[in-house]
Design a binder for this molecule. Structure first.
Ligand SMILES: C[S@@+](CC[C@H](N)C(=O)[O-])C[C@H]1O[C@@H](n2cnc3c(N)ncnc32)[C@H](O)[C@@H]1O
Length: 226
């Protein structure tokens, strides 16, 4: 199967999966989501952010948290799943400082250098073309903008065991990286790494946070993969 076809197939599986669980998602993942999003916010230098893009925003819980901390922040949440976006939209209706867009992480319909921060929580492992997504994150970030990825870490035994036996855990594609490999992947896309840290959200869920800072110039971006 060609890689484009495989990507489309993976996207369809994600849309189908989240259509089935969108309504129950917040209830089912409440504690996990609280902890992982709080960790992301701890690493975000919010004072330097006026415009933030949350890729794979799901039901918009990060936006609510950020709103409470900085009401003037301009927020854009994107997700592949229209069902997740619908819930986000109900929670925080679109207005002058909030917008919701259904689009894959690999193709962001925004001008280059339009955001001070791009974040992606609990979703990067689901993205079939991660280099394309990173290239897009770089493209839409302003020079010195922050990128924060929070994702599952397969170096925790519980997560490794889950993945090993995960055939029954949804049909979604998953590509996880060890912390240093995720940091290296981000670095190859023209970011300086400022943090690459494992953490536990619950006794079971082991994750990591990788923070990159987009290099000052426009090197390596917009059309060419590193
Ligand atoms: C586990 S949820 C996390 C949602 C939210 N970031 C949070 O932490 O609450 C994963 C989300 O990633 C989205 N997603 C998966 N693959 C995607 C892709 N290629 N592009 C954009 N969104 C994607 C799903 O639709 C889903 O809403």
């Amino acid at each position: 199967m060609k890689s484009e076809e495989r990507k489309e197939q993976n996207h369809r599986a994600v849309v189908e999966h989240y259509a089935g669980i969108a309504e129950a998602y917040d209830r089912r993942w409440d504690r996990y989501t609280e902890r992982t999003l709080d960790t992301l916010i701890e690493h975000l230098d919010l004072d330097r952010v006026e415009e933030l893009l949350d890729v794979a925003c799901g039901t918009g819980r990060l936006e609510i948290k950020l709103r409470e901390r900085k009401p003037a922040l301009r927020l854009t949440g994107t997700d592949l799943s229209p069902d997740m976006i619908r819930i986000a939209q109900k929670r925080l209706p679109a207005e002058s400082t909030v917008r919701w867009v259904v689009t894959p992480a690999e193709s962001l319909p925004f001008e280059q250098e339009s955001f001070d921060a791009v974040v992606c929580a609990n979703a990067f492992h689901l993205v079939p073309d991660q280099p394309a997504a990173l290239q897009e994150f770089h493209r839409v970030l302003r020079p010195n903008g922050q990128l924060i990825i929070v994702d599952w870490c397969p170096e925790y035994l519980t997560v490794a065991l889950l993945l090993a036996g995960s055939r029954g855990f949804g049909r979604q594609y998953r590509q996880l990286h060890r912390t240093r490999d995720l940091a290296a992947l981000v670095e190859r896309h023209h970011f300086s790494i400022e943090a690459a840290l494992p953490f536990r959200a619950t006794w079971f869920w082991g994750l990591h946070v990788v923070k990159g800072r987009r290099h000052g110039g426009t090197e390596g971006c917009h059309g060419q993969r590193p």
